[in-house]
Design a protein around this ligand. Sequence first.
Ligand code: UD1
Ligand code: CA
Length: 464
Amino acid sequence: MSTSKRAAVVLAAGDGKRLKSKLPKVLHRVAGRPLVGHVLAALAPLDLDQTVVVISRTVDELRTSDGSLGLSAEATYAIQDPPRGTGDAVRVALEYLGDTTTVLVVPGDAPLVTTETFRSLFELHESSGAAVTLLTSEIDDPTGYGRVVRSEGSTVERIVEHGDATEDELRVREINAAVYVFDREALARMLPRLDDSNAQGEFYVTDVIGLMREEGLGVVAHKTDAVETSGVNDRAQLSDVGRALRERACARWMSEGVTVIDPATTYIDPTVVIEPDATILPLTFLEGSTVIRAGAEVGPQARVIDSEIGPGASVTFSVVRGSTIGRSASVGPYASLRPGTVLAEDAHLGTFVETKKATLGRRSKAPHLSYLGDAEIGDDVNIGAGTITCNWDGTEKHRTVIEDDAYISSDTMLVAPVRVGKGAATGAGSVVRDDVPDGALAVGVPARVIPGKGNRKKKKLPPG
Ligand code: UD1
Ligand code: CA
């Protein structure tokens, strides 16, 4: 057991010039979160005593105007203005650190470092008593990264940035991941000694390593695999880390019993939950708070956002947002379900159907070409091709209610507010402005109501 108090400092104030973007680098989204959100998510299970995120003015403004940046509410935010390098950023962070003794420093643009690696780094550091423990990896193309310079005896002597390296140093393939655990006191002593006489004219935290060695302090390096240490400096790397995060998410769900036909074209946000024996077909996007129940089949080509897909249900070539799909219900191909759509067991929405705030009861279906908005539809209702709920009168939205066993013929316009009663029916092309009583048939334009001639297909007709 260690008695150290652990803190993390996340460096997220750089503007990321190489991305050529108005949006600060750490807020660029990959795999469902901004870059820095992935870092914070990997830190969360460590239960650290404190987390300080160093951000720029721009990030701070965006963060306060929009709470959905994936930035954790528990962290302390320290503003670095102007950003003068990673060493300067750590200096700013230290002003906010409480009485912690051990400080993990991690860049906000390294979303692939895992919780396990952070944990091992802390443990290695605490057991070795070194002044710093840093994460490195061997990579084929180290261009752009800081190189780890070791002595003959293979002790880490210092880090040299790409722009400041000699030709010999550029040949070194061991790179600095920019993830370090520092003894807080030693770190604080070195920071005032940094200078900016280097290629970028910045204060580099990497120079702390060399300074510590000069004082004879212990420096320990922990090597991990190359993928994990990938940083993001340009858009190509942004897409590379996105792919790696995607592969990881698919691998995780496959290990939990989910069939993923093609991980290369399957995009699963870290916030999604999938039950065993669900099948995810290619070209599918599962986003936000989506839950996929056992035996459901999603895809090919589906985008499901903040929705629940019930046991054994299927969604194919469709977009589903903020909706709940019941057991064994089916959606698509080519349906667009907008927020508030609820399908009960065995319901079906088919080709070119759009819904919004619409509930369909058990076994009800709208197989083709419909718009159903602000609609409450009972059980066993058939919605014919081309049916539209005219829910918007130019000023307000109105509701359409269609009761159990009703039969809506093709091309019916339901001018809301309107109610179609139990077992009632509408004629093809009818424009229904008035309520249709139970068991009645509404025909014509505008529709006339004829009592007692409702859905003849249903055995028990209520009195019309
Ligand atoms: C840094 C390391 C390099 C390492 C690489 C790994 C330094 C000097 N270099 O280089 O050795 O191989 O990461 O990916 O540290 N930031 C601030 N304030 C600043 C500048 C940067 O908060 O003033 C933040 C950035 O937002 C970013 C992180 O620090 O998240 C790293 O900055 P970046 O410019 O990407 O450093 P690299 O050149 O990649
Ligand atoms: Ca970087």
